[in-house]
Design a protein around this ligand. Structure first.
Ligand SMILES: NC(=O)c1ccc[n+]([C@@H]2O[C@H](COP(=O)([O-])OP(=O)(O)OC[C@H]3O[C@@H](n4cnc5c(N)ncnc54)[C@H](O)[C@@H]3O)[C@@H](O)[C@H]2O)c1
Ligand SMILES: [Zn+2]
Ligand SMILES: [Zn+2]
Length: 370
């Protein structure tokens, strides 16, 4: 069939919205008519080359839609089912999946190639070439074919233009606070960078009972929005936050610091650790350029203060359990998804949406399809 998708052909070029050819789903695969896709910063890393995935590639990894057709062997999904895509597939059988770490499923290793999990070939083609898929998904498109391991079936009551946010940003941010940082009641928490990920790290810290939540972002609009998600204090930079947190925490500093800047910067890690309390934990959620190999860290500070630095992928969560759980919190009015969506665009507005991200005027821009 023919459908439309946003394709990146070369680093540094804009997304090209064009007609593509889509093959029917093979064994273990599903054809999905997408309803919406969030525009996460991780797709921007493809454009800048910070994430060196194979090109050409269809962007987008934060999507939701309705199953249209299932390939041979798919027994638990049927046409009409609503699905959110997990940006890491979960097979349910590997050591990570079977020990409660679906975010680290062995199938995630195939992401950089972006082709189908089953046989490494492509169902998506344009201009005579096979197209890769961001995170094996390619949600900047009206339709896609993905492996069943990437699908999480959800109830039909939640609007898909909100549910899509659970495919990456909400679980990643919320889990960075709740699972990776292990925020507990009474903690002082600092979240560095208030985009789609940081806004949800703030919501996670709030739900976990943090006493103070510091939102640090150079953009005033982001700091204002942060207060709506549950931040109690704001600062424009880590340097500005340092004396303020010192005073407000009676010198103990932030028990948990969560790094959710647009582009990670190893040169700034020491500033993050300066905000971190004794026995505190700094969580690296933001993506650093693949070629960055050094960070500015006082290792003596780590030893003498027993500070911890941990990485976190997909909020260190289990998408099959956490996506329905967080949709439940939305239903009960305890998790704000509506406030995350600053603006919506048609697929053709994808470059405009990323321009708004660069300018800092969106918490999340969302592509909404017919
Ligand atoms: N680990 C994961 O599983 C995972 C998943 C999704 C996204 N990410 C990464 O998380 C990061 C955030 O993604 P996003 O979609 O929220 O991005 P975004 O661009 O929407 O938001 C980033 C925010 O960081 C702010 N910022 C930039 N430099 C800063 C600085 N020096 N100090 C404080 N704030 C600063 C920006 O003003 C912006 O508000 C990206 O690197 C993205 O690739 C990681
Ligand atoms: Zn993402
Ligand atoms: Zn697995």
């Amino acid at each position: 069939m023919k459908t439309k998708a946003a394709v990146l052909w070369e680093i540094g070029q804009p997304w090209n919205v064009e007609e593509i050819e889509l093959d029917p789903p093979g064994p273990g695969e599903v054809l999905v008519k997408l309803a919406a896709s969030g525009m996460c910063h991780s797709d921007e890393h493809l454009v800048t080359g910070d994430l060196p995935f194979e090109l050409p590639i269809i962007g987008g990894h934060e999507g939701a839609g309705v199953v249209q057709e299932v390939g041979p062997g798919v027994s638990w999904l049927a046409p009409g089912d609503h699905v959110v895509f997990g940006f890491i597939p979960s097979c349910g059988r590997c050591a990570s999946c079977s020990t409660g770490h679906q975010n680290l499923c062995d199938l995630g290793a195939l992401m950089g190639l972006g082709k189908q999990i089953t046989d490494g070939t492509s169902r998506h083609h344009a201009q005579g070439k096979d197209l890769g898929l961001m995170c094996l998904l390619g949600t900047f498109a009206h339709h896609t074919v993905v492996n069943e391991a990437s699908c999480i079936k959800i109830e039909k009551d939640v609007p898909l233009d909100r549910a899509c946010l659970l495919g990456c940003g909400v679980v990643t941010g919320w889990g960075s606070s709740v699972y990776a940082a292990e925020v507990s009641p009474g903690d002082v928490v600092a979240v560095v960078g208030v985009g789609g990920i940081g806004a949800n790290a703030i919501q996670g810290a709030r739900l976990a009972g943090a006493k103070q939540i510091w939102a640090i972002d150079p953009v005033e609009f982001k700091r204002e929005k942060a207060m709506e998600f549950g931040a109690t204090h704001t600062a424009a930079s880590m340097a500005e936050a340092l004396p303020l947190i010192q005073e407000a925490s009676w010198g103990t500093m932030a028990n948990k610091v969560i790094m959710t800047m647009g582009v990670g910067d190893g040169g700034l890690l020491a500033e993050g650790l300066a905000l971190t309390a004794k026995r505190g934990r700094l969580v690296v959620t933001n993506i650093h350029p693949a070629m960055e190999m050094s960070a500015n860290v006082s290792l003596l500070d780590l030893t003498l203060m027993e500070k911890q630095v941990v990485g976190s992928l997909f909020g260190s969560g289990n998408p099959r359990a956490d996506i329905p759980k967080l949709l439940g919190l939305y239903r009960e009015g305890q998790l704000d998804l509506d406030g995350l969506v600053t603006r919506t665009y048609p697929l053709e507005g994808v470059n405009e949406g990323y321009e708004a991200m660069r300018e800092g005027t969106n918490i999340r821009g969302v592509l909404v399809y017919d």
